[in-house]
Design a protein around this ligand. Sequence first.
Ligand code: ZN
Length: 281
Amino acid sequence: MQAMRQGSCVRVPGRHRDTAHRGRPSAWVSAAVVVVLTVTVALWLWQARPFDARRMLGVDAPPAGIGAAQAPLGAPPTLPGGHGGYTFMAMQGSGTDPVAYDPCRPIHYTTSAVGLPVGGDALVREAVATMSEASGLRFVDDGLTDEAPDPDRDPYQPDRYGDRWAPLYIAFATPDQIPRLSGSTVGLGGSTPRAAGDGVLVYVTGSVWLDAQAMTDLFAAGRRDSARAVVEHEIGHVLGLGHVSDGTQLMSQTGGAGAGPADGDRRGLAVLGRGVCRPDL
Ligand SMILES: [Zn+2]
């Protein structure tokens, strides 16, 4: 874009037909060239400066409020009764409310095409649908991405995803790519919080890393419910749920019984769906 602008401003004074002019054509032409060049360069600098300044200063956030609606997009379910508790990954400074996503904007998610097993994207969509329903938070499928798994993923990648927070990233990865997947760990999930001006923390994006070999083994053994439970459990972490010791809950360290979120999980998810709308982030 910059080359095109520079090219056009060079072309303006380059070829002029001044045969109709009489008197002092070269002086008038020179003056006109100076005026055109001055205006063109000034306009170009004025247009280019905000863009270049942001890049050069390393601002690592999109403009505030991208994709934010005036009100929550979905309605979190009423807190179910039944058995089981929940914990949160992180609390606000007040200690009373959990860190959560902004319910006024959708959680965009993208699935890595690299290492994706057959049926893996369908499994992800099913798990997302379950956790969306349980939390009332709206998800949007951005499709597949060629972004490689990276433990230090940048939450803002404008060159790849445009001027917005990078979408939640879900990948079937290897321990070579994500060292924390080594050993018996089948999946990892979590989100990145950002602080608003008043200190309130809001999740802006996250990652789910699934051990590709372990997931493929579950598929091969006909344990698709268990594979889906792994994805649901990691999305539970992404939304803000921590572990519980009760083995009947999805958020137990072993991933529950493969039947989706249990009552304790659902209570926690319903609380997380009641986060605050923060268009200032
Ligand atoms: Zn876990």
